[in-house]
Design a protein around this ligand. Structure first.
Ligand SMILES: O=P(O)(O)OC[C@H]1O[C@H](OP(=O)(O)OP(=O)(O)O)[C@H](O)[C@@H]1O
Ligand SMILES: Nc1nc2[nH]cnc2c(=O)[nH]1
Length: 185
């Protein structure tokens, strides 16, 4: 069924901007500097978590000034909905990372099921060390593993459903050039 584009446009018109483009870009640059400090000698395999991690990964990668291999994996829990279900692997990593450092880049750490499962997968598959970077860490007490923190975090976020910079509303507005919260959610 095709989307109701008027509804999709209305979501953007009525959304609250939580972070502007320049605030997000500054956060990405900060995360890039931290990763440069900590991982420059680790020769990591860097995995973008599709789809949401696409924009953060692309922008973050250009800040990284050391040798690395970049690839992607695709795991989804929300599948274009606004509440999550079971994690579904659409594409497991194809680049070998046995005994290598891995850096996982995703857009958001919300309840943390997705990142937790990806970390477990990489560890069981033989990664030497798994590092994680997220653009947004959502602030609430529903974390699947309260001790699971991302190593690198761009920005904190209030407990609302957000979109932009890779994050979608029903598959749309991943292209929004700021971080927006859906009205009433
Ligand atoms: O911390 P969690 O509650 O597990 O949620 C975070 C995950 O949810 C989104 O993925 P989604 O399943 O929506 O797929 P997408 O990347 O294609 O948007 C996002 O990209 C994270 O990977
Ligand atoms: N787009 C989007 N995806 C998510 N996945 C988990 N939480 C969120 C959220 O707030 N927005």
């Amino acid at each position: 069924m095709s989307a109701d584009l008027e509804h999709i446009r209305q979501i953007m018109r009525e959304a609250d901007c939580l972070y502007t483009e320049s605030e997000v870009e500054a956060a990405i640059a900060r995360v890039g500097a931290q990763i440069n400090e900590q991982l420059a000698d680790s020769n990591p395999v860097v995995f973008c978590v599709m789809n949401g991690g696409l924009i953060f990964s692309g922008k973050l990668l250009t800040h990284l000034q050391f040798p690395l291999e970049a690839s992607y994996l695709h795991a989804t829990r929300y599948r274009n909905e606004t509440s999550g279900g079971d994690l579904f692997w659409k594409a497991k990593p194809e680049v070998s990372f046995i005994d290598r450092d891995v850096l996982i880049i995703d857009d958001i750490l919300d309840e943390g099921h997705t990142l937790g499962a990806i970390i477990d997968f990489c560890k069981h598959a033989g990664a030497r060390k798994v590092h994680t970077a997220v653009l947004i860490d959502k602030d609430h007490d529903r974390k699947a593993r309260p001790d699971l923190k991302a190593d690198f975090v761009g920005l904190p976020c209030i407990d609302r459903y957000i979109f932009g910079y890779g994050m979608d509303y029903k598959g749309y507005w991943r292209n929004a050039n700021g971080i927006y919260a859906v009205k009433g959610m």
